[in-house]
Design a binder for this molecule. Structure first.
Ligand code: PLP
Length: 370
């Protein structure tokens, strides 16, 4: 045996990667603190979970688990095609929409390229950039959101891909159709733009654009969406990208053939028909967002106005102490220091009852920390 260090054999981009920090699992917290009633508001999951239609489809599809899934996702793409009004050839299914983000980078980005995204934008963008060994260009945020003018100004000969989250996670900020079109009009056509719409279904603002309607005007655009958030299927890992058939064809060449499993495909198809569940989820989120924003305002605490299913609150005690204190009471929220937001905690919007439990715990922990 030698003591060869295999770290030295890894690609330099991979060596520099920091593992993605997921929200703390409920089971882990219960083990650590011996708690029984815990609530997890850390990963922007749907408090209602999956809808009945998806659950029934999962049971039914489980009979055919002896076989490989449909590698082309034929039925799921057809359902999405009808639901979204796009050609099936424009769709790429992914193991969560995170996989689509990675597929785009692996398909188009080489180590000599630059990948651009905003400060405080979604953590997966730097991950996929570094894994390839490309350079990240991170533009400063404006009012916590994307500064599209700064992004245009930062474009260079090496820029190959730009990630935009609308709305953005963790800040919950959003871009209007006019802002986005002005930006897309100015981006050179050899630069791909990923418009990450993981929270699309939650947004009710009139000026909020439907990225899919922009595809006709911008051939360099790729829109991504997911079943993890509004459809409550985060555990199954299924999302999708929509782009021109040419780009979709390329992504599908890189995609692993069985990347989306049988249960996920069946549950996703059913979820598209379950409009009651979507409506209930949007409604619960709208009320919950108001509830949390008002309650924090009453405490004289600032929040960042959000259109997602989460809200960031600025703590007047060290945010990590607040986070740890909340954990001890069985409430898991998300510290966002890794997003350059050390004073903030991100809280996933839940039911009225869970929001109240969280707010009560927040008040108690805050008082203890005086
Ligand atoms: C949650 C999230 C995703 C994707 O999640 P998947 O579960 O991989 O579909 C993508 N982008 C943003 C901004 C998110 O918050």
């Amino acid at each position: 045996m030698t003591n060869l260090d295999y770290t030295q054999l890894a690609l330099s981009g991979v060596r520099q990667l920091q593992p993605y920090q997921a929200g703390k699992p409920i089971e882990e917290l219960e083990r650590e603190f011996g708690l029984s009633r815990t609530i997890k508001l850390a990963s922007n999951e749907n408090p209602l979970g999956p809808g009945k239609a998806s659950l029934a489809a999962i049971v039914e599809a489980s009979r055919s688990l002896g076989r490989y899934p449909d590698g082309n996702g034929f039925e799921l793409k057809n359902s999405l095609s009808k639901h979204l009004g796009v050609a099936a050839e424009s769709i790429t299914i992914g193991n969560g929409s995170n996989e689509i983000l990675e597929l785009v980078a692996r398909t188009f980005v080489a180590p000599e390229h630059e990948v651009m995204f905003s400060q405080h934008a979604f953590a997966v963008y730097p991950l996929v950039t570094q894994a390839i060994g490309a350079s990240a260009v991170i533009t400063p945020a404006r009012d916590w959101g994307h500064d599209l003018e700064a992004m245009l100004a930062a474009i260079s000969d090496k820029t190959r891909l730009i990630f935009i989250a609308n709305p953005n996670n963790p800040t919950g900020t959003w871009l209007s159709e006019t802002e986005l079109r002005t930006f897309l009009d100015a981006v050179p056509e050899n630069i791909l733009v990923v418009l990450d719409e993981a929270y699309f279904e939650y947004v009710e603002e009139e000026e909020y654009p439907d990225g899919i309607r922009l595809l006709a005007d911008y051939r360099n655009l790729i829109v991504t969406r997911t079943f993890s958030k509004i459809h409550g299927l985060a555990g199954l890992r299924v999302g999708y990208g929509i782009a021109s058939p040419v780009i979709s064809d390329l992504l599908n060449r890189v995609r692993q053939p069985f990347n989306v499993n049988t249960l996920a495909q069946a549950a996703a198809i059913a979820a598209l028909t379950d409009t009651d569940h979507v409506r209930a989820s949007v409604q619960m989120n709208r009320l919950g967002l108001q509830q949390l924003a008002l309650a924090f305002a009453d405490l004289q605490l600032e929040t960042i106005p959000s259109v997602g299913n989460f809200i960031c609150v600025k703590c007047d005690r060290p945010a990590l102490d607040m986070y740890q204190g909340l954990l001890r009471t069985g409430v898991i929220v998300r510290p966002v220091a890794n997003y350059e937001m050390p004073e903030y905690l991100r809280i996933t919007v839940s039911s009225e009852e869970e929001n109240l439990l969280c707010l009560d715990a927040f008040k108690n922990v805050r008082e203890e920390l005086v």
